[in-house]
Design a protein around this ligand. Structure first.
Ligand code: IMP
Ligand code: MG
Length: 182
């Protein structure tokens, strides 16, 4: 797998340090609120598992899956819920945990949907943010984010290309020739 990478962008140690900081920040902000952390499958799964363990206050876990890029490296702008939450969220404080904000379509759709279900609050926690790539008209901003990155396609620590590379323990940049032929 490593041969498919141009470089390591964020090391395992850097990720670990930043995830601890995010966990501490969220814990301080949500004392006595018992938030629901919603993991957006599959990309956020590894980040989510580490983040939850960095949060020492009471919290609940739930999971959603939405349509994503498939094997392509650009977003279509369409979002579809493939797996929904297991319970209601009215009156609850929700934190959506995502791997990366790219065009912003996924998160602007999801935060609207979850707010409309009567959540007391909806915030976004993303590991990575690619602000340069935001689609026109999308104003979504992450309340908590790990790292801001440039316009590069990254894999690892949950992020995939064509369902591969999610199990790399760090974030790497894929060699363009891996996806250029698609
Ligand atoms: P958005 O709706 O365009 O913001 O897309 C977000 C989704 O696209 C993420 O949840 C990822 O699954 C995927 N994505 C965007 N950029 C990358 C990347 O660099 N590597 C892997 N997946 C990405
Ligand atoms: Mg994906």
């Amino acid at each position: 797998m490593k041969n498919d990478l141009a470089k390591v962008l964020i090391s395992q140690e850097e990720i670990q340090k930043r995830v601890s900081e995010l966990g501490a920040q969220i814990s301080a902000d949500y004392v006595e609120k018992e938030p629901i952390l919603v993991c957006i499958l599959k990309g956020a799964s590894i980040f989510y598992a580490d983040l939850c363990r960095a949060i020492p206050i009471p919290m609940n876990m739930d999971f959603m899956a939405v349509s994503s890029y498939g094997n392509r490296t650009k977003s279509s702008g369409e979002v579809e819920i493939r797996k929904d939450l297991s319970g209601p969220i009215d009156g609850r404080h929700v934190i959506i945990v995502e791997d990366i904000v790219d065009s912003g379509f996924t998160l602007s759709y999801l935060s609207r949907v979850l707010s409309n279900r009567g959540a007391a609050s909806v915030r976004i926690c993303t590991l990575l943010d690619k602000p340069e790539r935001r689609a026109p008209g999308i104003t979504i901003k992450a309340d908590y984010f790990g790292f801001t990155i440039g316009n590069e396609f990254v894999v690892g620590y949950g992020l995939d290309y064509a369902e591969k590379y999610r199990n790399l323990p760090f974030i790497g940049v894929l060699k363009p020739e891996i996806y250029e032929n698609n």
